[in-house]
Write a protein that binds this ligand. Structure first.
Ligand code: FES
Length: 111
């Protein structure tokens, strides 16, 4: 496990999404309702659209292209339900947000 700092909590407020890059990984950070932070693959599993361009209400992340929606706690697809965002482990160190990218690969879904 090799956690590295990607931003601070100021960059991912509750109800906000933000994109960061670590090595070749494009990652979307989401500030969950209640203050937790999650990190997922940054490109939509449908057609590679950046998820940071979508919308987020603190619970559900929606891709702007075809309105696929994802549970921002787990990354599981809501509509359609047979897809999943690859989650990255996240750790907080004070105000710093750290992510571990080791061994994580983006997932893809049916077209
Ligand atoms: S590219 Fe995201 S829903 Fe189609």
């Amino acid at each position: 496990m090799a956690f590295q700092k990607v931003c601070t909590l100021d960059d991912v407020w509750e109800g906000e999404i933000n994109e960061v890059r670590v090595q070749e990984h494009v990652i979307v950070l989401v500030g969950l309702e209640g203050g937790d932070v999650r990190a997922f693959q940054g490109k939509c599993p449908h057609q590679d659209i950046p998820l940071c361009e979508g919308s987020f209400d603190g619970q559900v992340l929606m891709c702007r292209a075809h309105q696929w929606t994802f549970d921002a706690r787990s990354g599981k697809g809501i509509n359609p339900g047979d897809c999943q965002l690859a989650p990255y482990p996240v750790k907080l160190d004070g105000d710093d947000v750290l992510v571990d990218v080791e061994g994580i690969q983006p997932l893809f879904a049916h077209a």
